[in-house]
Write a protein that binds this ligand. Structure first.
Ligand code: UDP
Ligand code: UDP
Length: 453
């Protein structure tokens, strides 16, 4: 049996699609090892790993024991997940002996995009084909791999980021740290990894040909950068757990009546913005399920809900909604018949889940790749985006404005139907319950790997 190893990076947004891919590959007669950087930063990651390896005992876990790099923890101004990626990067030389000790020898390694520059030289030396898994959209990939070519230009003087044959990416959509003069981890990470992508054996993206055809064609046609290996749309990757935990409150709500509000696993809002959001939810008149986060890293999130949104709001929201401050399995929520809309930060996994489950989206991007993803929400008909709201923390969006947009989303029957048709597209290449790969592109790659060893 051919042996494939996968190396995810830090954060649920990177780990989740890797686990989905591993589950799909193991169902296709490949021996799978997942190399998990240890320890993980968030509790959510360590819990999902535990659950995953109990569900798939045939998949092997190897831990990459990270070096104790204290300078990246604690008081850094940088985002803790970027700091954790930096620690993984700086520990990656330890991979060399780990990879060569795996048996049978690897037919390929699938590496997270954030580790490209540190891991490709290692796999080259060991003669192991290395495929990069890009865990955001193909459009974001066009920016990721061409950013370094413009790194010396003054991006602030440009109105937009131009990539040949593609619509320019407006400056306001570019992750703000990339526009700063001073160095920061995101800028270094995109510059260095983007450059090194051409040296990998292939790039995988959790997306669909039918929704990102232009970006994929430009990437594969040598328009974005020369010498790029083939970019394969392997999505949309289906959920890998049959999770039946239920939420009693949701079970009692009418079909399609509830707006689910969540900003992913690592995004927080100021207290003032949370207050306006609560006000907006109440004013909208719709039912809602709202997941509140107070700290980017879940282990540090120790305050009670009342302390974060205040007693008054905690009491008043009970009339029409449920507000929680703990981890809920999002796929379960989005697949519940009572859920009729999703107010989302537009993390790529959240959007792929909304597409897979056909739930219309009100996009409120906060940071990183999220405005680029939000633009797709509009262009594919999955939902609406009020781009004047800006990045998270830039301006305070008022309750009244939020309420208006919620009504625009939840009251729009056409949008509901459009989201259902996105779901049809997303599933066209795959049948639920089927264990073998129906997606032609991934099936082809699997054949290549099977021939490798
Ligand atoms: N997620 C979840 N419950 C939560 C928050 C997030 O299950 O309370 C999952 C979500 O379904 C998605 C992942 O965590 O698969 C978050 O990834 P995404 O790319 O959407 O955003 P990020 O958290 O990286 O900003
Ligand atoms: N942010 C967040 N989680 C992240 C990254 C950013 O909650 O993983 C928030 C952050 O608090 C800020 C906003 O998103 O309010 C913009 O962050 P960005 O990384 O774009 O810039 P910076 O944090 O360096 O100002």
């Amino acid at each position: 049996m051919s042996h494939i190893a996968l190396l995810p990076s830090s954060g649920m947004g990177h780990l989740t699609p890797f686990l989905r891919l591993a589950a799909l590959l193991t169902a296709n007669n490949l021996k799978i090892t997942i190399i998990t950087p240890y320890p993980t930063l968030s509790l959510a990651e360590s819990q999902v790993l535990f659950h995953f390896f109990s569900t798939f005992p045939q998949i092997r876990q190897e831990k990459l024991h990270l070096l104790p790099l204290d300078k990246f923890s604690g008081n850094s101004k940088e985002d803790p997940f970027y700091c954790h990626i930096e620690v993984i990067r700086q520990s990656s030389h330890l991979l060399s002996s780990l990879l060569s000790s795996l048996s049978p020898p690897l037919a390929a390694l699938i590496t997270d995009m954030s580790l490209t520059a540190s891991v490709v030289p290692i796999t080259k030396a060991l003669n192991i084909p290395n495929y990069i898994f890009f865990t955001s959209s193909a459009q974001m990939l066009t920016l990721f791999i061409s950013f370094h070519t413009k790194a010396n230009a003054n991006l602030n003087e440009m109105d937009a980021f131009q990539i040949p044959t593609l619509e320019p990416i407006p400056k306001s959509w570019i992750p703000p740290p990339l526009l700063r003069d001073i160095d920061n981890l995101l800028k270094t990470y995109i510059t260095e990894n983007g450059k090194e992508m051409t040296k990998s054996d292939g790039i995988l993206v959790n997306t669909l040909e039918s929704i990102e055809q232009e970006s994929l064609a430009a990437l594969n046609g040598g328009k974005v950068i020369l010498g790029l290996p083939s970019v394969t749309a392997i999505g949309l990757l289906p959920p890998c757990f049959n999770n039946c935990e239920s939420l009693a409150w949701l079970d009692t709500q009418p079909i399609g009546s509830v707006l689910y509000v969540s900003f992913g696993s690592r995004t927080t809002m100021s207290r003032e913005q949370l207050k306006e959001l609560g006000d907006g939810l109440m004013r909208s008149g719709y039912r809602f399920l709202w997941v509140v986060k107070d700290k980017r890293v879940d282990r540090e999130d120790d305050k009670d809900l009342e302390d974060v949104i205040g007693n008054e709001l905690t009491e008043s929201v009970k009339e029409r909604g449920l507000v929680v401050k703990y981890w809920l399995n999002q796929e379960n929520i989005l697949s519940h018949p009572a859920v009729g809309g999703f107010l989302s930060h537009c993390g790529w996994n959240s959007l792929t889940e909304a597409m897979w489950l056909g739930v219309r989206v009100l996009a409120w991007p906060q940071h990183g790749d999220q405005k680029i993803n939000a633009s797709l929400v509009e262009s594919i008909g999955l939902g609406i985006w009020e781009s004047s709201w800006g990045w998270g923390g830039e301006d305070i969006v008022k309750g009244q404005q939020i309420a208006e947009k919620i009504s625009e989303l939840m009251g729009n029957e056409l949008l509901r139907m459009k989201a259902v048709s996105v779901r049809e597209k997303a599933r066209a290449g795959m049948e639920l319950g089927e264990t073998s790969v129906k997606m032609k592109a991934l099936a082809k790659l699997i054949e290549t790997w099977k021939k490798n060893r």
